[in-house]
Design a protein. Sequence first.
Length: 270
Amino acid sequence: RVSRGVAMWRGAGAALLLCLGTACLLRRRFESRDRGFEAQPRRPLLLSAAELRRYRGAPGEPGLYLGLLGRVFDVQRGRRHYGPGGAYSALAGRDATRAFATGDFTPAGLVDDVSALSPQELLSIQRWLSFYSDNYEPVGKLVGRFYDANGAPTEALREAEAAMEEALKLQADSEQRKQQFPPCNSEWSSAKGTRFWCSKQSGGVSRDWAGVPRKLYQPGSQGSGCVCVRSTGPPWGHPPSSQHGDRGDLDNPHLQEYKGCHPLAEQCVL
């Protein structure tokens, strides 16, 4: 009987261990499935303009969103700025891309139309887009001007992005031109007239040469500005070579001397 009882206990214990093992296995399977579900990224929302208007942060509304170039961001963490009564509450619940560039918070300016904006204004939008992408959670897209009903980019978005790329290129060209031709220092007085002069820091460009003042005419522009021009060494972008003279950029076709000033003087009084 003792042996029989021991056998029964052993059998019950084995069954209990089997049940516990099965329960643990099932629990792990469910936990693994739950973790896998939680790890899946949330599908981006596709909102209409009417739906986005419900996200202005007012009591009873589902959240606080704003749109920028058709992308929708959750700005709840910036509620004191974007919520009711905030300085930028007019941006909530809509895509007011144009206002980010122009600062026009009237009804005419709180729109997503970016046509006819200048390159600098487009760059402003691009910087704001980077800011929101870095600081706020993107939650979806706005169906309309920039995304279609399937969330695919529209021709308007492609045109806007191409214009921004062109603006970035123009900015890079401008920065390079400023390094090549830094602006002059200038001052004016009724007694002495206008004085232009160059230094190794003029125009906010630190360099190892001062240069001489010249008028610079930009292609497509009727006006000119005073710039400092390197007067020794090879032209900008060229390595030292016997093929180039030792006149720096003085022979650039977009430059013109100031009348009455010595060609190699570091200052000019007009």
